[in-house]
Design a protein around this ligand. Sequence first.
Ligand code: SAH
Length: 217
Amino acid sequence: MNDRAKEQLNRGTAELGVHLGQGELGKLYAFAAELKKWSRKINLTALKSDEDIAVKHFVDSLSILKVVQGEGSLLDIGSGGGFPAIPLKIVSHHLSVVSVDAVEKKILFQRHAARLLALHGFEAVHARAEELPGKYAGHFDWVVSRAFSDIPTFVRLALPLLKGKGKIVAMKGKGGKEEADAAGPSLLDMGMQVSDIVRFRLPITGDERSLVVIKRI
Ligand code: SAH
């Protein structure tokens, strides 16, 4: 990762109130290097520049720390190249993270990265989210996703996997609030409601973001 990208990662995370130690920074740099290397062969990310990886993948993934805090277990559905699962695991030492994607190559990449970074309490699972309730029914304190699907589809998949008091978090861009408002009736049918919408701007780029938090009624 070049110096400019490192500086943006530092500034961006500081703006989020996330303070990274040398160990965590080193892991993020190493993860960026692997992501670039594997991206030449398999389709992991459209973002290729160091600055884009630093801000649009890493800072963006870590913005979920605005609502996900403390210990517990978290599932990331449709994590692709590992977002937000891997940056989140790198900085959240006490969070146990399961990352699932339907595309095997992406999961093999994530397992490789997790080994290289010596991530403990991280598991990458090759499956469709629809198949998970067999093993993980009612298992998670948090079920999250970024760039995965519309809110009702995501909640339908997440619900059987969620603990009673667990929370679902959909990471959205511009229009997240409108999408959350429109999803209200379908959520109600599932016994769910939006409990919070955290709106903010992504550091450095200024792009609009929102975290839509959903829980049982
Ligand atoms: N969260 C990542 C990737 C988003 S792309 C990021 O923000 O960069 C959406 C991902 O969801 C793809 O990798 C796709 O393979 C995966 N996906 C789509 N439907 C799925 C399903 N039913 N179960 C698991 N993964 C799925």
